[in-house]
Each structure stands twice: as C-alpha cells, then as structure tokens.
Design a protein around this ligand. Structure first.
Ligand SMILES: *Cc1c(COP(=O)(O)O)cnc(C)c1O
Length: 369
C-alpha cells in the first residue's frame, strides 16, 4: 500500500469495545463515544454494537452520530448559537450547557423537543500536572460552572449534571474528582436524573483500575438514584491504529535526520501541541540502539519534528516506519497545511483483509479554501 496511510486495527478496536461493554454492564452505566477523538464513521456500526451512543462537540458531530452511530446522541459546547441549539434539538437526546445563562436561554426549546438538559460544572479539583492545556479545572477556566457561579433558579430546568476534568487518567483521579464534585454539588444531586462523568478515563490501558471505576459508578447510582454516563474518546480506540510512512531521504546536520512522508504538523498535530513522542515500532530512545535519527516531516515548518529515535540498522530511503497508537486525535485533526496530502484511512479487518475506507486528493485540499 502506498504511504502515508492510517490503518485502523479492527481486532484491537473490538478488544477495547468488549472491555468497555463489560465495564458498562458491571457498573450499570452507559458509555458513549466522544467523537472529538475519533470520528471514522465507517466503523460506527461496529462501535454501536458495544457502546450506548455518541457525544458531540457541535452540530456536525451530532449529525454524524445521529446518521451513522444511532442510539443516544449527546452534545456539549462551551457556548452555543441559537441556530446550533435549534439544529441540535432535532438530533440529540441530551444537550449539556456550560453556564446557567445558556440553560435559561435554551432549556425551553430543548424541553419542547423532548431533549434532556444538563449543566457542565467545574468541581475545581485539578488532578493533572503534566498538560495544563487539558486541565478544565485550571485557574480562570471557562469550562464548566463553579459552585459560586451556580444559580439555584435553574434547578427546575435541569435533568442532569456533567463534569469533564480528566485526560488519560486512572480511576484514582476520578475518585478524587467525584469526592470534590459531591462535596460541592451533592445537595443538588438527588434531584438529577443523570450524572455524566465526562471523558479522560483511560479504561482500556493495561494498568487502569477497572474495579475502582465500577465501585465509584455503583456508589453514585445507589446514593443518588441517577443514571451514570461516561464519554471516553481515547479509551475507545486506544492502540487501535497505526500510521505508516516511508523514509524519503537521510540528511546530516550535526546529527542524522530522516525526512518522512508524514508530518507532525499536518498528520499528528498533538505531537507538537501536547506535546508528546509517539511510539514507533522497532525503535528505541535516542542513543539506545546503534543508529539514532531525528524523524522529521516534509513541510517547511522548522519545528515539524516528530522526535529522536534509534534503530538497530541504519535507515535508508524507502524504509517503512510504523507509528503506534494513531487512531485517537489524529484523523480528526489532520490538515493540509503546506499543501500536504492527507494520509488515506484504511481498515485491517479481523479476517486479515485490508480495505481502504477513504483516499484523499488535490480536491480535498482545494475544497477547503
Ligand atoms: C474531549 C472530551 C471527551 C473525551 O475525552 P478523552 O480524553 O478523549 O476520553 C469527553 N467529554 C468532553 C466534554 C470532552 O471535551
């Protein structure tokens, strides 16, 4: 197959889905796909066999979820326009608003369409140090209503409360967050029909403590008699895809640099934004194996560098390299900066067959402008 391409691994996807289904059944909660992390709708029919629906950050994702995933569709955004809410009310089962003012403004429309209304709260409990841009509880956060900004006048309009504060975290951090949430908002919880604990639960990671998650969810259900939702993105497709690239050229400037046919800036922007070093099959840390290279993209951005990696054998033009864990926050984030082509999206079926789900061309570049 011609590089570059993303390859989704159906077998691994299925393993994640089976685990999530068992968590949902044991905990007695519903689990939604956060489409923000992964929106390859061609695989939604498989996901829909195991998950309870999808959640959206706006009208486009909600529509995709309604048309291709089915089941429940939820939406949240930090602020909605009038037209957004009118469209969402036709697509969604739940809409979560960010402030009491948005609840007051839009709850009547939602209720008239039979849509359940929620408020995102900020439990003011930071549990992550590493990545401040992913901490909705950081100082001056606009995400979620703090207790001091809560307005009890909207209680009759609310069906549920939502928080989302985690990112790639284990259930010990969820437990701390739930304690803070109950400490601040506990007095309102008995009247809620549902509680949505957001995403960021790294449930399908090997060291994730599932037993604790099950205890936490059951505890909330029993104490408050509410339905509980989780809406992970990453955990659904963790390690379920790869990005395949080839070496275009090796150059030398103080060190060996391998130019690839993928770009960090265009094809895995989280490498620069988060930032992080993506796993690469058959490689080691810089200096660990005999031959170290800086892997870099073919764009004109000086900082389009994926990272430094080492190999047992020297790299040469045409070698294929395979980056791991490339299903999440990649295909939804690619762009054509520098006129870069987009990698094809392929699927490795369980029976071993490989199919191309989507190819891109010059038109995709041109049509966005
Ligand atoms: C991003 C997001 C999620 C999914 O987060 P993951 O880290 O991918 O699990 C869920 N809910 C909300 C509100 C989000 O913004």
């Amino acid at each position: 197959m011609k590089t570059p391409y993303f390859l989704i691994d159906e077998e691994k996807l299925l393993q994640n889905l089976v685990l999530l289904r068992s968590v949902a059944e044991r905990a007695g909660c519903k689990i939604l796909l956060a489409q923000k992390a992964y929106s390859v709708y061609q695989t939604y029919p498989l996901l829909a066999q195991y998950l309870d629906g999808s959640t959206a950050s706006g009208v486009y994702e909600a529509r995709l979820g309604r048309e291709h995933f089915g089941k429940e569709v939820h939406a949240f955004a930090p602020a909605f326009r009038d037209g957004d809410v009118r469209a969402l009310a036709k697509l969604c089962d739940h809409i979560v608003f960010n402030t009491p003012a948005q609840v007051r403004k839009y709850a009547p429309l939602c209720k008239s369409k039979g849509v359940s209304v929620g408020l995102r709260v900020n439990p003011e409990c930071s549990t992550q140090e590493g990545h401040a841009i992913y901490d909705p509880c950081a100082p001056f956060s606009r995400l979620g209503t703090t207790l001091s900004n809560f307005d009890e006048g909207i209680l009759p309009l609310l069906d549920g409360l939502h928080f989302h504060t985690l990112c790639e975290q284990n259930s010990d951090d969820l437990e701390r967050t739930v304690l803070a949430f109950c400490d601040r908002f506990g007095k309102y919880l008995p009247r809620m029909k549902w509680l949505n604990l957001g995403g960021g639960h790294h449930i399908t990671r090997a060291d994730y403590d599932v037993e604790r998650l099950v205890r936490i969810v059951r505890g909330l259900r029993e104490k408050y008699g509410a339905e509980v939702y989780l809406e992970p993105g990453e955990a659904v497709v963790l390690n379920a895809g790869t990005l395949h690239t080839r070496v275009l050229e090796i150059v030398h400037n103080g060190m060996d640099i391998a130019l690839l046919d993928v770009s960090a800036a265009c094809h895995m922007p989280d490498v620069l934004e988060m930032p992080y070093r993506p796993p690469l099959f058959g490689s080691g840390e810089a200096g660990e194996k005999a031959h170290t290279y800086r892997l870099a993209g073919p764009t004109c951005l000086a900082g389009d560098v994926i990272g430094d990696y080492s190999f047992d054998e020297p790299l040469k033009e045409g070698d294929e390299l395979v980056f791991g864990d490339m299903a999440l926050y990649t295909m939804v984030k690619t762009n054509t900066f520098n006129g870069m082509p987009l990698p094809a999206i392929c699927l490795q079926r369980r029976d071993g067959e490989r199919v191309v789900l989507r190819k891109f061309s010059y038109r995709d570049f041109k049509n966005r402008l």
